[in-house]
Write a protein that binds this ligand. Structure first.
Ligand code: ZN
Length: 508
């Protein structure tokens, strides 16, 4: 297409394509698809569009508008990216460049997320006036379309919802802002303003890699400790839940599908435990902001997480960490440990402990480990503390190996115990093996988690095989039926089917 328009600052590619149709004498949606993509099946997608290579091909090389640049500045991928493991980002970018068939939405977690994408296009009236004054025409700004954003930070005004529906009958039509006939202003609360602020910061954050799931796990443990959300050695989930709900307000959280429960399966508890999956951008933003009471910027949080040393086998690594104390805090701690257990020392000097935790984490863990528990044998014939350490170490290695394989049976407590020797002795003496017990509790899967894992595996398999994805095929592949699925997995299944990206796979 000759003279394909270049995107304006923060303009969605969806919008640029719509403008191309207008500039070229109001083509029909089909003509537009033919001339840009030579493919009439391309779906008009706002957040994570595909076939971006075809857009790059419209521009002279000298403009530097390549796929990477177009994705970074004109799609919503940047808000999801910091929370997706780096390896997966490469795959997502490839799908977006070429043909995605909904894979980008599944792999980014957008399809199955509790946070729903917007159903209608939004706009800020003041932004639109400014655009018209500067460029002579208006366009769709990507920041208005970040899920849950209802407020323009630039103008301090609520956004308006337009009558242009997405995912409706016109899935192949790129609709220009000129087509809007009705708007209505959204109601916003203080929490909406706060959230929009975070989202605007996030979308401008530039990074080439992202923290791993392990780094996010460690980040949240440290965050809880740093801001005083612990109870003895444990994370104080109840206090976190109270604070989070108080900070954002229960009503706002419920409207945003971010509500929490006091149950063990609450996502908020999950984010402070070992991460088994990625969490959504909105979960990360709201938790970081709430826990730090707004004092930790989102950019700093991501950088911090990215700089946490990756530990594959903590126990192995300990050998290499030097136990040299160089800081006065460290000397003070060593003195304390001469007379107290690490736990008692921590209760005595909470602030000192927190500083060490923040600045000398590895050192602290090791020194505490070395000064722990040599006096509390329950049974003198067996050194249970030592055995506990050994069994826990073996169990961790087993779990790390098993976790790679999505096809295994449910990791029930009995299943994990079966892998340990001598099994009976361990089982009978679990009350003497606190670390092992804690690991068993943390890593054994409930029925929900297990079924969700099977569903995930089935989706990946279907995608890899490029099979026509029918719901019954997905169920068969996952070995599940509606009767056998638990209530929450049934809901997850329905959400996946309802989501536009699934429908895209189905009709392709
Ligand atoms: Zn505005």
């Amino acid at each position: 297409m000759l003279g394909f328009p270049t995107p304006y600052a923060n303009e969605l590619l969806y919008s640029t394509i719509a403008r191309a149709g207008i500039h070229d004498g109001e083509m029909s949606p089909k003509q537009l698809l033919d001339s840009v993509f030579s493919n009439r099946k391309v779906i008009a997608t706002v957040d994570l569009p595909s076939h971006i290579q075809d857009i790059e091909d419209q521009y002279p090389k000298a403009l530097g508008l390549d796929v990477t640049q177009l994705i970074n500045s004109h799609t919503l991928l940047p808000i999801y990216e910091p929370f997706i493991p780096t390896e997966r980002i490469t795959a997502i970018r490839n799908w977006m460049s070429d043909d995605s068939q909904g894979a980008a939405h599944l792999a980014s977690g957008v399809a199955a997320s509790r946070i729903k994408t917007k159903e209608k296009l939004l706009l800020c009236q003041e932004c639109v006036s400014e655009q018209r004054a500067i460029y002579g025409e208006a366009y769709w700004d990507r920041r208005w379309h970040v899920p849950l954003v209802k407020y323009c930070i630039k103008h301090g005004r609520p956004l308006f919802e337009t009558d242009i529906e997405l995912n409706g009958n016109q899935r192949h039509a790129f609709r220009s802002i000129l087509e809007v006939t009705q708007i209505h202003q959204l109601n916003v609360t203080d929490s909406d303003v706060k959230f929009a602020n975070l989202a605007y910061q996030l979308i401008d954050f530039k990074t080439t890699s992202s923290p791993s799931i392990g780094q996010w796990t460690a980040f949240y443990r440290r965050l809880a400790v740093e801001y005083g959300f612990q109870l003895g050695n444990r994370i104080d989930h109840r206090k976190i839940d109270d604070h989070y709900n108080g900070y954002w307000g229960k009503a706002w959280l419920a409207n945003s599908d971010l509500n929490t429960t006091t149950k063990d399966t609450s996502w908020l508890k999950g984010i402070f435990r070992k991460h088994r999956k990625s969490f959504s951008f909105a979960e990360h933003l709201t938790v970081i902001d709430a826990i730090s009471s707004g004092s930790l910027s989102i950019e700093e949080a991501i950088n911090r997480a990215m700089n946490i040393p990756v530990q594959h086998h903590k126990i192995k690594k300990e050998v290499h960490v030097k136990l040299v104390a160089a800081h006065t805090d460290q000397f003070e701690w060593i003195d304390l440990l001469k007379e107290h257990s690490p736990k008692a020392a921590r209760l005595l000097k909470q602030a000192l402990y927190t500083r060490l935790y923040r600045n000398h984490y590895d050192w602290l863990m090791i020194i505490n480990e070395k000064n722990k528990g040599s006096t509390n044998y329950i049974n003198n014939r067996v050194n249970w503390s030592q055995r506990d350490r050994r069994v826990a170490k073996a169990l961790l290695i087993i779990i790390n190996t098993l976790e790679q394989d999505l096809s295994l049976p449910r990791f029930s407590r009995a299943y994990l115990l079966k892998k340990l020797t001598p099994r009976t002795t361990i089982e009978k003496n679990l009350h003497r093996l606190p670390r092992t017990l804690a690991l068993l509790e943390r890593y054994s899967e409930c029925i929900d988690e297990y079924q969700a894992r099977r569903l995930t595996r089935a989706i990946i398999l279907l995608l890899q095989r490029k099979e026509p994805a029918k719901p019954w095929l997905l169920l068969r592949e996952a070995g599940l039926s509606h009767e056998r699925m638990t209530h929450s997995v049934n809901k997850l299944f329905e959400e996946i089917l309802k989501h536009d990206s699934w429908r895209k796979i189905q009709t392709s």
